[in-house]
Design a protein around this ligand. Structure first.
Ligand code: URA
Length: 185
């Protein structure tokens, strides 16, 4: 599948009921040759309105962490498990995740990143392990097939709980160090 085919299929998707309540599909943005990919949970209000992932308050905080560790947002690719906003930002339902995962899988196949960073619990439980515990396991690097994977706190969790911010900074620094040491240009 090409990027155009994938984006167009995703834009016309009716595999779950979220297509009836969304404003825009939030496909994903960034460098399609990225070595580093971030995967969040689902679009929020600002993302639904703009069609771009992580542009609301949580996205601005994510940008600050990227800047703090010297990673440019344009260098990486950012997507979500769900491409359409769940009403009132409720957690994605398992059947919505099942319906949407094929798009993310195709994105990963096209990008072939070296490292995938899950943003938050929902993404980590879907992409790393169903019983992933974000409080205990954030920042740990694991190899899964062709990819090195890790999970960090979701930026929305950091907006609610300042005490997690130091851990987030450490985890992001570790990600940056891994990129510098192990990722070929
Ligand atoms: N939260 C997410 O998980 N993804 C977004 O794109 C925005 C907020």
């Amino acid at each position: 599948m090409t990027w155009d085919e994938l984006e167009s299929a995703c834009g016309q998707c009716e595999r779950c009921s979220l297509c009836r309540t969304k404003t825009n599909t939030v496909f994903g943005t960034g460098n399609r040759q990225a070595k580093l990919m971030f995967v969040g949970e689902a679009p929020g209000e600002q993302e639904d309105l703009s069609g771009i992932p992580f542009v609301g308050a949580a996205g601005k905080l994510l940008d600050q962490y990227l800047t703090a560790v010297g990673i440019e947002r344009e260098q990486v690719y950012i997507a979500n498990i769900l491409k359409c906003r769940p009403p009132r930002n409720r957690d994605p339902l398992p059947e919505e995740q099942d319906a949407c995962m094929a798009y993310l899988r195709e994105q990963v196949k096209l990008i072939k990143p070296q490292m995938i960073v899950c943003l938050g619990r929902i993404s980590a439980m879907r992409l790393i392990r169903p019983d992933f515990k974000i409080t205990k396991e954030h920042g740990i690097l694991v190899r899964k097939g062709n990819y090195v994977m890790t999970a960090v706190y979701h930026p929305s969790a950091l907006l609610r709980d300042m005490s997690k911010r130091e851990d987030m900074y450490k985890d992001m620094k570790r990600i940056r160090m891994y990129c510098d040491e192990y990722m070929a240009e």
